[in-house]
Design a protein around this ligand. Structure first.
Ligand SMILES: [Zn+2]
Length: 365
């Protein structure tokens, strides 16, 4: 049984069947959002021949009104233009389906599995629901960026600029949307006596903290990706990352903060290798945009946050602090230096793999 997002709503729902209703509603909302993304992506397209969603891609014939209902447009035998008999693009149908599925999966991970719950960050009152909504907006932006990057190899500012604005303004107004505070000092943690030190001002000025946290994420996301772009273009002799990837990461940073950004940048090459390899084998495409990997890594970090942040290597001495844990790396200068070293190593590895990957022979169709 899937519980509702909070106690407030759970009180009104006790039957076992009722919890399925929100899942159905979520799926429909996801499909509607997916259709919105399809319409938005078509409008942003640079190709002059692209028609709006209400018209046939090929001949421009206007569809009957019921064809604007997401998913239902693809009823078998009805999914063709009645004038030129060309069927509607399947990728758009899949996107609506996938967005519906993603909405349910994210809800399940956040509400049932509590993937964003870590001891130091507990959003008070209704902030849990607001944070969920905030993350759903990020999901829609990521789906849009992925879709247009796959289609046209670019991520337009029309996605990332409003995205950054929503990220920063939302964080400032709500003040409690972070999944981890902007700064936590782990050196002051003494097992059994005191936990990690969270600076006092974060509790007192939550809105200023929201602004600082979101801006730190924005700068880390944009800045680090820009450096990666420079280094990779020097080492590879060609641009592996576009400027759209820089603004995309700045936008993601404004929603998740700076610590997850480092993990996303570390994880993206792995996602790329996996998706790229499969995609190359299936479609034979030799060049794939990097944006979708960044989006995939963001989803993995968000939905696995609790397990990533709390991961640790326990000490052999009873009661002693853990030998190693990911979160401690973010708490002091030495840890950050280690992290920078790992990031640089991962970057070099990624570039080597990218070179090797381009050399994988693929049978052309
Ligand atoms: Zn047509």
């Amino acid at each position: 049984m899937i519980p509702f997002a909070s106690e407030h709503l759970n009180r009104y729902l006790s039957s076992d069947l009722l919890p399925l209703i929100p899942l159905g509603i979520l799926f429909v909302l996801g499909a509607i959002a997916g259709q919105g993304v399809n319409a938005w992506v078509r409008r942003m397209s640079l190709k002059p021949s692209i028609q709006p969603l209400s018209r046939c891609q090929t001949c421009g014939e206007r569809f009957p009104r019921w064809k604007l209902i997401p998913l239902l447009r693809w009823i078998p035998l009805q999914n063709r233009c009645r004038k030129c008999l060309i069927s509607l693009p399947r990728s758009e149908f899949l996107l609506e389906l996938a967005t519906g599925g993603l909405f349910i999966l994210f809800y399940f991970m956040v509400v049932q599995e509590r993937c964003l719950e870590i001891p130091a960050v507990v959003p008070p009152g209704f902030m849990f629901e607001w944070r969920l909504l905030y993350h759903y907006l990020l999901l829609i932006l990521l789906v849009a960026a992925t879709s247009i990057d796959f289609r046209e190899y670019l991520i337009p500012d029309q996605i990332t600029m409003p995205g950054m604005l929503i990220g920063v303004v939302g964080a400032t107004i709500a003040g409690q949307l972070q999944i981890v505070h902007v700064w936590v000092d782990w050196n002051q943690a003494i097992p059994g006596l005191s936990g990690p030190y969270i600076p006092e001002w974060i509790k007192v000025h939550s809105h200023w903290h929201g602004l600082a946290w979101s801006l730190a994420g924005l700068i880390a996301g944009g800045g680090l990706t820009w450096v990666l772009r420079l280094v990779s273009s020097v080492l590879l002799g060609q641009e592996a990352l576009g400027f759209g990837d820089v603004t995309l990461m700045a936008m993601i940073g404004s929603f998740v903060g700076w610590q997850p950004i480092l993990l996303i940048l570390l994880l993206a090459p792995l996602c790329g290798l996996l998706i790229g390899f499969v995609s190359r084998m299936v479609t034979g495409k030799t060049y794939l945009p990097y944006g979708p990997y960044l989006c995939a890594a963001t989803l993995i970090v968000l939905m696995g946050w609790k397990w990533i942040w709390l991961a640790e290597w326990p000490s052999t001495v009873a009661g002693a602090p853990p030998e190693f844990s990911i979160r401690h790396l973010f708490g002091d200068a030495l840890g950050l230096a280690i992290l920078a070293g790992i990031a640089l190593g991962a970057l070099i590895l990624m570039l080597l793999l990218l070179r090797g990957y381009r050399a994988i022979p693929v049978k052309r169709r």
